[in-house]
Design a protein around this ligand. Sequence first.
Ligand code: ATP
Ligand code: ZN
Length: 225
Amino acid sequence: MNDNKRLRIAIQKSGRLSKESMKLLKGCGVKFNIDERRLIAHSDNMPIDLLRVRDDDIPGLVMDGVVDLGILGENVLEEEQLERQSTGKPCTFDKLRQLDFGSCRLSIAMPQEFEYSDSSSLEGLRIASSYPNLLNRFLAAKQVSYLDCMLKGSVEVAPRSGLADGICDLVSTGATLEANGLVESEVIFRSKACMIQSPIAQADDKQALIDKILSRINGVIRAKE
Ligand code: ATP
Ligand code: ZN
């Protein structure tokens, strides 16, 4: 087990949020060196350990109290929350704040030749997604029944490969959709990165450190506005 006196922060190991997450923490005065082969990086000027994991693992690590803080996309957080609610697993956490990076939207996109009028056009079709719970919430509210096609990667090629009629995937510029002959038809969730805290009560000194980090994050973001 890790030393429980040190604050544990989970960040994405490598991907779209990694650089900005590390930059934000460095901007708050947390000094650390990353060894690419190691899961954990110890700060040498503060009692903080960084856990470098896949973004999908971050909500669970925070909700289960394995780590104290996590930096992740609101999309991944909301999906995990819906998943845990449906399976009866604990899913409490405190959202400390939204961050100023990782902007994207979760959208339904269909092949260019598809005639889309509204969500009822999707009735009975198969939609590929890595976000089955968010997709289901959106389409269930519209009373549209559809078929699932769960894919963790390569979602954008599913229609061309004949696996699905359309997709529900993350979009930022839309270039990937265009390159795959797809058109965005519905935005179902807008997301940015955020920082969350575990629901497990903290010792006073650890909570004081969390408060200090949060206040510095507020300062770093305000300075850029
Ligand atoms: P991991 O290996 O950690 O599971 P991943 O492939 O699931 O990585 P990334 O593609 O690195 O994840 O995206 C991480 C997060 O970045 C997304 O969950 C989302 O919050 C944000 N993001 C911002 N823009 C985009 C985009 N255009 N496509 C995908 N994610 C984006
Ligand atoms: Zn992921």
